[in-house]
Every structure is written in structure tokens, then in C-alpha cells.
Design a protein around this ligand. Structure first.
Ligand SMILES: [Zn+2]
Ligand SMILES: [Zn+2]
Length: 110
């Protein structure tokens, strides 16, 4: 069984970026728009195919998180300034999305 990635601190890096400090000491900073575009909810991603439905031009360039809330012990949800708030970002997903880790251990090993 692999270790689950758990955040010890969730906050903002600045007005736009979300910052997570992980149990293993790693720190991730997610640019707001990139995180918004990675929203895993059924409205943004096709549940059957996994294809991204979200159209980039429909998300404001200056989208920002208004609030970040924990969902149980495994995920968090973000209330975005464009009114979207149905995405549940599991910690596993967030760790995969970490901008500085992507391509190293992430799924995009292309
Ligand atoms: Zn969504
Ligand atoms: Zn990283």
C-alpha cells in the first residue's frame, strides 16, 4: 500500500495562487487558472471518457479562488471567482497536479 499524500497546510501563496505544504515537506504552488482548468467535476470533464469539456476561453484570465474548503479528509473544494465550485480536488490529484513535480512522477511521462 502506498503512502497517501496528506497536506499539513493549505492556504494562499498570494491573491491568485493556492499553496499546499505536504506531510513529506514538499510545497506546491498552483497558479489559480491552471488549477481551475484542472477541475475534475462532471461539468468540466466527461465522466465516461475523461475528455476535458471545459473551454479555456470560458474561464477568465484573472480567475481566483475565493475560498478553499476541506472535503472530509481526502480532498478540497475551491469556490472560484467565476462562480464555479463543484470540483472536488482529491489530495492525490493535487499532488499529481503539482507544477514542479509534473512530468517527473506524474502521469504525463511523454
Ligand atoms: Zn468543474
Ligand atoms: Zn512538486
Amino acid at each position: 500500500m502506498k503512502t497517501l499524500h496528506m497536506p499539513v497546510e493549505i492556504g494562499r501563496a498570494n491573491q491568485h495562487d493556492v499553496r499546499i505544504r505536504w506531510q513529506d515537506g514538499h510545497e506546491s504552488v498552483y497558479p489559480a487558472r491552471e488549477l481551475r482548468m484542472s477541475c475534475p467535476c462532471a461539468g468540466c470533464v466527461d465522466e465516461m471518457t475523461g475528455a476535458i469539456r471545459l473551454i479555456g476561453s470560458s474561464v477568465p484570465q484573472d480567475v481566483r479562488p475565493l475560498a478553499v474548503e476541506l472535503v472530509g479528509r481526502y480532498a478540497l473544494t475551491v469556490h472560484w471567482s467565476d462562480g464555479h465550485h463543484t470540483g472536488i480536488y482529491s489530495f492525490e490529484l493535487l499532488r499529481k497536479l503539482c507544477p514542479c513535480c509534473r512530468g517527473v512522477a506524474g502521469r504525463s511521462a511523454v
